[in-house]
Design a protein around this ligand. Structure first.
Ligand code: GLN
Length: 540
């Protein structure tokens, strides 16, 4: 008997709908229920894989290789569950499926219409995800904001589900209450409009999460209750807080879990237990001694604003490991391009305890990343390379240690003489045909770890599997020369003989992975390599 909880946003985007969704899931899970969560993205793109990180934020990759929205990362981290392609719905995916079915006579000659055939496909997908995981509850986050043209058909799907089975469908509106500085008072009007807009879609929210800089007070609660036609008890205060992981604990202060179960008319399977979670949050809030980590990247800037969304899983993975060591993560954003204009500036990296070069695409900023890596290598600064970070570390080592001056990646220089980072033949064929969508090396692949390496020390395992998202690989023709000069191929995918991890000897920590370890880090179960890196940073 699955129950369906829809979460939509009102007033504006970026108010933490994803974290709210994940937190509600966490609470229900803590009461003994099996929970899963799906994200609906209203854009026409089939998935997030072809979008620019500045445009979209991080592309989160699941075990099965789905290039999805970063909110799936939030769900996985909060629920400690692996999600799949079924948990990700986009307008592109829905229309693609309907059109393909129509082409195959799947509608038996009927006229296929936007309503109800598109919402029906959405409902089919929601139910499929719930069934696959045998979930007691599925949370479905509808992207965008109510009132947008783009997500109307998804609201329509929610309405149709509720009409059919009112006792099993619940609707939550995450709204925003501004406190304009000139007035100094929290305003409820935008929320009133959001609810009215939702009403025109035939939906009355069962609960409102009131996001704001501060907690909701009694007069505002009263106002929302009267004007939005909702009981005061079903308006949950959701003020800004220090750590996103505190959100479930905060919601529980307003008895959110009990309220939802009461509405469904069911009892918890056990008393909610979030003790370990609360312990972790407590460390997050109280740890004092900082670990200063610099991230040398490029997807930060939009106009006058600095955006960290592109590296969200990296940030979270750093936090998890720092907290596990009772330390306060202090993350610094370093724009790689500045070291191209001013290479001497790289000396500033000395002030950090460790440096991460994360994933990336294209040639912008690579010169700066290579400079930064060289500096870490030569000055014993803990270095952790992720995907493109590995590729850059290999190029740096080839150029400066092996003296292969023209070493490069074919992604940067198509006809370079020493393609240390090359493209596999199957990938070459795809590129030739401009087949860019969902064609990289994606999802989990096995990796065999070499004993006596830092990676083995970290994992304590010889066989691991990690998530990938890249097109290029370390070129095996150069493995010999790299090894002769001291680079260790610490992890290899034996099936295709591809290098997955490199390390350097005689360095406090110089490890880089072709995969993305950050995608599998969880708050109560930090990723072993991130933990080893953070420990090396602390030691420094
Ligand atoms: N651009 C590189 C590749 O495609 C690395 C990708 C990444 O960092 N995710 O192989």
């Amino acid at each position: 008997m699955t129950r369906y909880i829809f979460v939509a946003g009102g007033v504006m985007s970026g108010i933490g709908k994803g974290v709210a969704t994940a937190s509600i899931g966490k609470i229900l899970q803590s009461m003994g229920f099996k929970v899963t969560a799906s994200k609906i993205d209203p854009y026409v793109n089939v998935d997030a894989g072809t979008m620019n990180p500045i445009e979209h934020g991080e592309v989160f990759v699941t075990d099965d290789g789905t290039e999805s929205d970063q909110d799936l990362g939030n769900y996985e981290r909060f629920l400690d569950e692996n999600l799949s392609t079924d948990n990700y719905i986009t307008t592109g995916r829905v229309y693609q499926a309907v059109i393909n079915r129509e082409r195959n006579l799947g509608y038996n000659g009927k006229c296929v219409e936007v309503v109800p055939d598109i919402p029906n496909e959405v409902i089919f997908r929601i139910k499929k995800a719930a069934k696959k995981t045998e979930a007691d509850f599925i949370l479905i986050e509808i992207g965008g904001t109510v009132g947008e043209y783009q997500n109307m058909l998804f609201l329509e799907a929610a309405r149709m589900m509720k009409l059919k089975d009112p006792k099993r469908v619940f609707f939550i509106l995450v709204s925003y209450l501004p406190v304009p500085s000139i007035i100094g008072e929290m305003k409820t009007k935008p929320t009133q409009y959001a609810v009215r807009t939702l009403n025109t879609a035939g939906i009355q929210p069962d609960m409102i999460l009131a996001r704001s800089a501060v907690a909701l007070d009694e007069p505002r609660k009263q106002k929302i209750s009267v004007f939005c036609n909702i009981s005061k008890n079903d308006i949950i205060s959701a003020p800004d807080i220090e750590s996103i992981y505190e959100v479930p604990l905060n919601f529980q202060k307003d008895d959110l879990g009990k309220r939802i179960l009461k509405k469904f008319g069911i009892k918890p399977k056990r008393k909610s237990d979030l003790r370990d979670w609360a312990k972790m949050v407590n460390i997050a809030k109280t740890a004092k001694e900082p670990v200063k980590i610099g991230i040398v990247g490029k997807y930060f800037e939009t106009g006058k604003f600095v955006l960290k969304d592109s590296y969200i899983s990296v940030i979270e993975a750093i936090k998890h490991s720092c907290w596990a060591c009772n330390r306060k993560p202090e993350i610094h954003w370093i724009n790689a391009e500045q070291y191209e204009k001013n290479p001497k500036k790289v000396i500033e990296l000395k002030k950090y305890d460790g440096i991460i070069v994360p994933g990336g695409f294209g040639s912008r900023g690579v010169g700066g990343k290579i400079k930064a890596i060289q500096f870490c290598r030569e000055n014993n600064i803990p270095f952790f390379g992720l995907c493109y970070g590995l590729q850059m570390a290999v190029i740096e080592f080839a150029r400066n240690v092996c003296k292969i001056k023209d070493a490069n990646s074919v992604e940067i220089s198509l006809n370079c003489k020493s393609p240390i980072i090359d493209v596999m033949p199957d990938q070459k064929a795809l590129l030739k045909e401009k087949k860019y969508g969902a064609t990289m090396r994606l999802g989990v692949y096995d990796c065999k770890i070499k004993p006596k390496t830092k990676s083995f020390q970290a994992y304590g395992l010889l066989n691991i599997s990690e998530r990938h998202r890249h097109r290029y690989e370390l070129n095996n023709a150069f493995r010999g020369v790299l090894e002769e000069h001291g680079m260790i191929m610490a992890g290899v995918n034996t099936e295709r003989d591809l290098v997955e991890i490199i390390e350097l000897k005689n360095h406090p920590f110089f490890v880089a992975t072709q995969f993305h370890p950050e995608l599998k880090s969880r708050p109560l179960n930090p990723h072993p390599l991130f933990k080893a890196f953070v420990k090396a940073c602390i030691k420094k």
